[in-house]
Design a protein around this ligand. Sequence first.
Ligand code: PEP
Length: 247
Amino acid sequence: MRRKIVAGNWKMNLDKVSSQQLIRDIEDRKSDAEIELMVFPPFVFIDGVADEAKQVRVGAQDFYFENQGAFTGEVSVGQLKSVGASIALIGHSERRELFGETNVVLKKKVDAALASAFDFIFCCGEPLNIRKTGREFDYVKVQLEESLFHLTPEQMSNTIIAYEPIWAIGTGETATSQQAEDMHAAIRSWISEKYDSNVAEKVAILYGGSCKPDNAKELFACKNVDGGLIGGAALKADDFIAIANSF
Ligand code: PEP
């Protein structure tokens, strides 16, 4: 059976007190042990959130691919581990679009994570103009090929991918469950072609983009959707847990 994962990307929200309150509220409400819950606070709150987290995994929204040195403003995997993070997002669309992260840079981040045995969620997804011109499958395939498809079969088996169509992030416009399933099935078939069906079956593929308590059930019912990467709705414990309970 594939993993079931619900991950909350807190982005640049909350403060020290409210981030610790949110993790406590999530921990209090957490129910089904089969569902892996993860939260991704801003860097400065990881330490405090990790202190409060018991069953929920704590991760980072980004990191730099070097171990240490003269990289002002950056944070390494080793530093993240030292404050209790065990996983990170790589290639969120806001990192790609606002901070110019390319597939080449993201490949370096993937390799840095693997070199430190640090887990990651690799984010991919197309902008609206690509979807409008019917090129979304080619676009996402290239993202995977250029940053991820150099992994060994074992490394790929442990990978979590989040498909997040950019036009659905923070816009209230969700991909239909059919649109999500079509892309998730395509991603799994590319992994199967590159590796094999055993590897493809092990990879967890999450959907992200305006996922809320009222649409999560339909999305999670799709054969190839193994959970969600949640933005706005992850900032309220009740909504986040309601989404997790939608499986
Ligand atoms: C995200 O940014 O990863 C995301 C899915 O955001 P939202 O749920 O707010 O669309």
